[in-house]
Design a binder for this molecule. Structure first.
Ligand code: PMP
Length: 413
């Protein structure tokens, strides 16, 4: 049945994988925070590249190389438009969000973080936004500070402000939406607080850009990272946005071909932005596939996608709350929550629960979700997590609720 802002029945027809069965039941794919499914247009764009104009880019003058270069650079323009970046010079393709954060920690971090400096992150962060800073802090003898998260899944904003007033704090790196609790962090407010103290801000937008409108100029953040595979695109493509005045001062991360203008025996002149940061042959086919993914999302409208997820999340949480023995983690107010629900059911281990749900054809995630700092804070080793996207329906949520009740009965809860 069609209830939300999106024509989900129409959308589902574009995703071949949604026709498959798991354990003889229709697939219910609720693991979208890990990666999303791909529409035919994305699969076709990759196939078309390999079938019709497979060539390396930025080099040869033959027609296919020009076509490939054009398609690759068109994706960069679409990414810039999607996040309202002032220019394509500020958009760098990486392998994933993780590599994008590493690029910043290895270049900007190396040049700017010194002994006794402090880097501020939060207890909500994914390991990708923790480990690179731990390594940088060890190498530069700086310290890592955390903004606490409360029982409801919200950040302690007073503590955040206080930490930003510490004269040794040199960077805040923070996710816009938690991949575990779904918490939507007030990034704009944090950027303002940080910039008042001249502190740059890196936004881990891996869980926000795929799900809601994001505008780097409105946020005024200095760095932003996200991954194509979480927004209908292929794996192997990430994005790093960096404000131009910062990017212009950065030394290269990976070096070699394509990031150079001239190479002499003992010296090299680097290429213009953003190519200076894209050494070697990039993931051409998947960047081209990503273009089709952005088209698909833009056509639907990021506002409508957000509304659809709010509706599904509210519907699911309302039904889940009535299940005996369930614990929901994170904000209960859908205004402050993305389409991610972490929960536990009695003392059923999340892996057991995920296995039972798999028998019903339902794919959810169980484990620490690459957020062990957060798990420790909540005194948990694991949770189950359902996460939604454009092709999910309330009927699928009903199947999920029935399966949870089956599991509950099976375990005598
Ligand atoms: N940050 C957040 C909030 C994430 O959810 C993820 C992926 N789960 C990442 C970073 C890392 O993304 P990738 O594995 O694509 O680098």
């Amino acid at each position: 049945m069609q209830r939300g802002a999106l024509n989900v029945n129409r959308i589902r027809k574009d995703f071949p994988i949604l026709c498959r069965k798991i354990k003889d039941r229709p697939l219910v794919y609720f693991d979208n925070a890990a990666t999303t499914q791909k529409p035919l247009s994305v699969i076709d764009a990759i196939r078309d590249y390999y079938m019709n104009y497979n060539s390396n880019i930025h080099r040869a003058v033959h027609q296919m190389a020009e076509e490939a270069t054009q398609a690759y650079e068109t994706t960069r323009q679409k990414v810039a438009n999607l996040i309202n970046s002032p220019s394509t010079d500020e958009i760098i393709f990486t392998r994933n969000a993780t590599e994008a954060i590493n690029l910043v920690s290895h270049t900007w971090g190396h040049d700017n973080i010194r002994k006794n400096d402090r880097i501020l992150i939060t207890e909500l962060e994914h390991h990708s936004n923790i480990v690179p800073w731990q390594i940088l802090c060890k190498q530069s003898r700086a310290s890592l500070d955390y903004v606490d998260v409360d029982k409801g899944g919200y950040l302690d904003m007073d503590q955040c402000e206080k930490a930003l007033h510490n004269k040794n704090t040199k960077l805040i790196s923070i996710s816009e939406v938690s991949n575990v609790l779904g918490t939507i962090v007030p990034i704009k407010k944090i950027v303002k607080m940080a910039h008042d103290q001249n502190i740059p801000v890196l936004v881990d937008a891996a869980q926000s850009v795929p799900h809601m409108p994001v505008d780097v100029q409105a946020l005024d953040c200095d760095f932003m990272v996200f991954s194509a595979h979480k927004m209908l695109g292929p794996t192997g493509v990430g994005v790093l946005y960096v404000k131009k005045d910062i990017l212009e001062k950065l030394e290269p991360f990976i070096s070699g071909g394509d990031m150079i203008k001239e190479v002499h025996k003992y010296d090299t002149i680097y290429n213009d932005l953003p190519y200076k940061f894209e050494a070697g042959t990039p993931n051409i086919a998947d960047v081209i596939g990503f273009s089709a993914a952005i088209d698909y999302l833009s056509h639907l409208g990021m506002d409508k996608i957000r509304d659809h997820e709010i509706e599904l999340t509210r519907y699911a949480m309302d039904a889940m709350k009535d299940i005996k023995g369930i614990t929901l983690y994170g904000p209960l107010d859908t205004k402050n929550k993305g389409g991610v629900i972490s929960f536990n059911l009695g003392d059923i281990h999340p892996h057991d629960l995920a296995t039972i749900l798999n028998d019903h054809g339902i794919a959810i995630r169980s484990g620490h979700h690459c957020a062990q700092v957060l798990m420790e804070k909540f005194d948990l080793s694991a949770t189950s997590r359902a996460s939604f996207y454009i092709y999910n329906t309330v009927e699928e949520v009903d199947i999920f609720i029935n399966a949870l009740n089956d599991a509950r009965r099976l375990f005598g809860i």
